[in-house]
Design a protein around this ligand. Structure first.
Ligand SMILES: [Zn+2]
Length: 252
């Protein structure tokens, strides 16, 4: 039954042995450069690793979760999209993908979905509201694994946004073989000139070619596998708690 929570490797013989699945987890990332040292698909790789660990651990509490194949289709910023193989996915496309997945789950009797998002540019809330109104009996949740546990106490870098200490450390933990620190730039960045665009008075997408020289934002030099392991453990524990509470108790 080892792959009964990972659809990428699960067999029908394993899936049908379980009388039900409580929830599906959907890793969602992007395809974009991550400084010089991390893979393009880092966001979906890490979301998938975290989702698999949570799904495996929560089995001990009697919750059956299935991790769906990761979606590498992210929303990108101006200045990233001209870079080779950086794939920008429009909101309409992301919404269509999400709707097809939700419809398919629904037809199979599954009524809960958690998006495990690893890409800061993705924003599912509006889509989920639309779908929640159309499908009041289907719970769709989104989450950003990199954001709900504060970095302080785990990482040192002040600026740590994209391919920085946090993401690099977590990748070193799960896949050291995919990290090439000898190619890493310093991840130096600059903000907008108007203060209001930096202090969140207003928001506009940053032109990546103007704010970063090596596609990274945040210096990855202080990254270690141990930091990544400690952070991932805390993140997975929070997911396990969420999955238990949502699948085994009342929502309100
Ligand atoms: Zn990333």
């Amino acid at each position: 039954m080892e792959s009964s929570f990972n659809i990428e490797t699960a067999k029908w013989g394993e899936v049908k042995q379980l009388d039900h699945y409580d929830i599906a987890l959907l890793p969602w990332g992007a395809t974009e450069p991550h400084n010089g040292h991390l893979p393009y698909c880092t966001d979906v790789i890490l979301s998938r690793d975290i989702a698999l660990e949570a799904a495996e651990q929560v089995r001990a509490f009697g919750v059956n979760a299935m991790v769906l194949p990761g979606i590498p289709l992210g929303s990108q910023n101006p200045g990233q999209t001209g870079l080779p193989f950086c794939i920008h996915t429009r909101q309409e496309t992301q919404k269509a993908v999400l709707e097809d997945i939700v419809s398919s789950l629904e037809r199979a009797g599954i009524r809960r979905l958690l998006i495990v998002n690893g890409h800061g540019g993705n924003n599912f809330k509006g889509m989920i509201r639309d779908m929640a109104i159309a499908r009041p009996d289907f719970l769709i949740m989104e989450s950003e694994w990199f954001a709900f546990i504060p970095r302080k106490g785990y990482f040192e870098a002040e600026i740590d946004d994209h391919a920085g200490e946090q993401e690099t450390s977590v990748m070193m933990h799960y896949h050291p073989e995919l990290v090439r620190m000898e190619f890493a730039g310093e991840g130096r960045s600059r903000g907008f000139a108007p203060a209001g665009l930096n202090d969140k008075t207003a928001w506009a997408p940053r032109d990546w070619s103007r704010v970063s020289t090596d596609t990274g934002i945040g210096n990855p030099r202080a990254s270690t596998p141990a930091k990544g392991a400690a952070y991932a453990e805390a993140v997975v524990a929070r997911y396990v708690r969420l999955l238990r509470d949502v699948c085994q108790g009342d929502l309100y």
